[in-house]
Design a protein around this ligand. Sequence first.
Ligand code: PMP
Ligand code: GLU
Length: 401
Amino acid sequence: MNNDALAPSQRVRQIQPSPTLRVDTRAKELKAEGVDIISLGAGEPDYPAPLHVKEAAIKAVHDDISHYTAVNGFPELRRAIAAKLERDNNLKYSPDEILVSVGGKHALYNAFMALVNPGDEVIIPAPYWVSYPEQVRLAEGVPVFVETDPAAGFRLDPQALADAVTPRTKGLVLNSPNNPTGAVYSPEDLEAIAEVARAHDLWVISDEIYERLIYDGLQQVSIATFPGMWERTIVINGFSKAYALTGWRLGYAAGPQPIIKAMATLQGHVTSNAASLVQAAGIAALEGPQEPIDAMVADYAGRRQLVLSKLASMPGITCQRPGGAFYVFPDVSGLMGKTLAGRTIDSSNTLAEILLEEARVAVVPGEGFGAPGYIRISYATSREELTEALGRIAAALARIE
Ligand code: PMP
Ligand code: GLU
């Protein structure tokens, strides 16, 4: 028997399972087995879905909104998204320049598949969200990582970007607020990056899914608002974070019509439309009261402070103050080479394993984000759980020899 004949494709063999989802799945399994685990793993709001959004979904069930929709989504939803983009982001799109997909992750995948030719390079600032490189590889492109400097708040240096451009560069991924670092780009940062993108004719995939989760008076600005950028930017957003609808799977892309149309053609052969009921609820999310989001953000800001102050007292750990999203991304390289529970801490992976076993706290090791020597802690968890989890981490680390 030829084993290769029955093996999965090389395309799939070259990618790794999502480390964020792996940690989350493991934590949920252990919890289900009755182990007292606190998960600071996946970036998932602990809030319930807003009531009016739930009611809209229930109404949609009763109204028999149960058939296929247009592949690109209900026109009412695309109009609501266009209105939101204009109101919140100062971006003008017609409903035909918007594609509704099964989560922001799906919108990103559509974008890479529609943009990237085999061998094209896509620049990804590191640390990066785990799925960007894998999606670029699935599109047969080549991810090119550009390191960012913690001392510069993990924001991409425009000169480093320009230096990474080659004749094969198709574009870059920009993610502000950033997962995992929480970096928020200022208008000046964006203008400098836009200048490089214009000079080298690059696409920008601007993942703005954490736009509402922003602190310290910082403002979300989309790179697509800068001169000459709308026509070379695909804005990605979704409902998972601001509306706490992670499991409902609803996201979207906005961009120039030819590329959005190409993405819709692809989607028409892959998922067809996003779930009809969820789309109906999405309209309610955008058109309903937005104040609960502000309250949620204020709460996250307090939790961020709590985590930062607890981490500040842990030896061997240093942490930047993130401006957005709901993660802190401490540098744990000061713990490397030390021994805990009979094991040498030789990587963030090992540290995360030890914390799971010894402190029963799940965190995501930095390796999957292209940042060995770091761990990611999500603070989208109640203050009680955060306090308990950080207490457990501190107690475990106190046993370091
Ligand atoms: N982009 C970033 C940076 C993320 O952290 C996530 C996390 N889920 C997504 C996109 C995708 O979110 P979703 O598919 O749930 O909309
Ligand atoms: N984006 C979240 C995270 O980074 C959810 C899990 C995922 O889709 O990666 O944890």
